[in-house]
Design a protein around this ligand. Structure first.
Ligand code: NAD
Ligand code: UDP
Length: 310
């Protein structure tokens, strides 16, 4: 197939490009590099079947020739990033999703929206099944991302119903791995960077809030299985192994074998208190479940950040 990946120079997008090329597809990555980097796709330069277009998907998207599938991943994703770029985040979730859907419709292509567990907000149901509608503060600082993604989901399913577009939605939970930016502010690269530098790990709040971390190869496999299925979702893609942020800090200290300690900092506004995916639907409809343990995935990720420091 000929596949467009918006956000293809980002963390997950670049791994998705790798996987799709390995599977024999032709891949076009499109990105405006607001939070991504060509470093993430530099190894693909010159590879047969791969191309890169620098473009902001909130503007009209032109792609010559046929297109079979659009993965729409373009969006700042780290809380620090989307709070630094609030208007761009709202625009890419709304206007960018509209443009990407319009392109898919014009080409008769399939479409997959990379949505997020943030549509559940600070959840009152735990773990989160897809049938839960969420608890989001629209005017809080995280609202720019959460509401953009909720709008993107509504737009995607409107195209599905009204235009009969073959459109799907994946709700991705915290994903980690090589190619995260060391300064993106997310907990995984932040803690690893601090542990490697011998600095204290900055745990926000009392560290009792929970997250569930999925290795990027598993997340990408879930996205590809959703493309290959005839299921529209929304479907959760995440690893149900849940831990508190304080437990995760100790896990990182052990993995890096660091003598750093922990420094407690204020909890950001609206930081979700718990997060864990119910993945029954992904298991049943896609035959997908994550395979890579936190121990194995973190070993790869720590190695990546160690090498970058050299
Ligand atoms: P990322 O910031 O590394 O990648 C996003 C990419 O989108 C970047 O390369 C950025 O430059 C690009 N982009 C942003 N706005 C754009 C625009 N207007 N036009 C073109 N390109 C644009 O983030 P990521 O972690 O790889 O996330 C990828 C997608 O997955 C996002 O849609 C995010 O919301 C979703 N997601 C990620 C996670 C996670 O844990 N990483 C969790 C849930 C959802
Ligand atoms: N967090 C933390 N210290 C940091 C960065 C993040 O304690 O230096 C916490 C954050 O408050 C949240 C969790 O780690 O509870 C995950 O944060 P991240 O930014 O990775 O993503 P989120 O799941 O909030 O989107």
């Amino acid at each position: 197939m000929k596949i467009l990946v918006t956000g293809g120079a980002g963390f997950i997008g670049s791994h998705l490009c790798d996987r799709l090329l390995d599977d024999g597809h032709e891949v076009m990555a499109m990105d405006n590099l607001i939070t991504g980097s060509v470093d993430n796709i530099a190894h693909l330069a010159g590879r047969s079947g791969f191309s890169f277009i620098r473009h902001d998907v909130t503007d009209y998207i032109f792609v010559a020739g046929e297109l079979d599938f659009v993965f729409h991943l373009a969006s700042p994703a780290s809380p620090a990033d989307y709070m630094a770029y609030p208007i761009q985040t709202l625009k890419v979730g709304s206007l960018g999703t509209h443009k990407a859907l319009g392109l898919a419709l014009a080409k008769g292509a399939g479409f997959l929206l990379a949505s997020t567990s943030e549509v559940y907000g600070d959840p009152l149901v735990h773990p989160q099944p897809e049938g839960y509608w969420g608890n989001v503060n629209p005017v809080g600082p995280r609202g720019v991302y959460d509401e953009a993604k909720r709008f993107a989901e509504a737009m995607t399913f409107a195209y599905r119903r009204y235009h009969e577009l073959d459109a799907r939605i994946a709700r991705i939970f915290n994903t980690y791995g090589p190619r995260m930016r060391s300064d993106d502010g997310r907990v995984v690269p932040t803690f690893i960077g601090q542990a490697l530098a011998g600095e204290n790990l900055t745990v926000f709040g009392d560290g009792s809030q929970t997250r569930s971390f999925c290795y990027v190869a598993d997340t990408v496999d879930g996205l590809v299985k959703l493309m290959e299925s005839d299921f529209a979702g929304p479907v959760n893609i995440g690893n149900p192994r849940e831990m508190t942020v304080a437990e995760f800090a100790r896990f990182v200290l052990d993995t890096v074998d660091s003598s750093s300690s922990i420094a407690y900092k204020p909890l950001p506004v609206d930081d979700p208190k718990v997060r864990r995916p119910d993945i029954s639907l992904a298991r049943e409809k896609l035959g997908w479940l994550p395979k890579i343990s936190l121990e194995e995935g973190m070993a790869h990720t720590v190695e990546y950040f160690r090498n970058r420091r050299k």
